[in-house]
Design a protein around this ligand. Sequence first.
Ligand code: ZN
Length: 249
Amino acid sequence: MDVIESIARDIKSSGHVIAFTGAGISAESGISTYRGQGGIWNKYDPNIYANIDTFLRDPTYYWNFFRDVRYPMVKNAQPNPGHRALAELEKMGKLRAVITQNIDELHQQSGSKTVVELHGTTRKYYCLKCHHRFDFDDAYEISGKTIPPPCSKCQGMIRPDVIMFGEPLRTDVLRAAFDEAEACDFVLAIGSSLVVYPAADIPARAKRRGAKLAIINKDETPMDEVADHVLREASGSVLPAIVERLGSL
Ligand code: ZN
């Protein structure tokens, strides 16, 4: 039996399946990964461009990065077959939730309904003073005129709804993610190097509780040894194959 078949069979016999996704799945949609070769943080020091203390002192770095790099990259990205396969799995009633480290909303765009965004979203913005919310295009439009862009209601400072370096994850979001880790009996960990904590503790905790773990990632991860299945392949080709196989079981 091949690995795809084994994963499909395990999903079929599981009662509560979750997916945990990282930058690798978005990379297949053209969004650069953060670490490793070609990673965004090799070119843009995150302690300057994505750190909360730097941002509050001088948001210029972030907004230049947003305007020149992040906006065009995320704006042009489309969900890939891996995202769509997960949405399909949810529609089939076999996937309870996607817990993601990604901030691009590609899961939602592909049709996934239950998405836990551990690190927030770069597609939403809000004013620190009056809490007025701005969408992705609004933020781009305002930052095209002035950097840093002032709130159009009160001139206050606008920030992205992402968790920046130096900020804790939101407790309600973490709770939702760990509730899933406690309840699931199968985890698909996709495109994550499984090294960023506390995010990586979600599949780890599920595994410790006895859930089965499948890792789909192009590179080795520290959890490969304890995983039940490991596929070092592109999620865009593997996930549709798993869903297809599942449909024929
Ligand atoms: Zn405001």
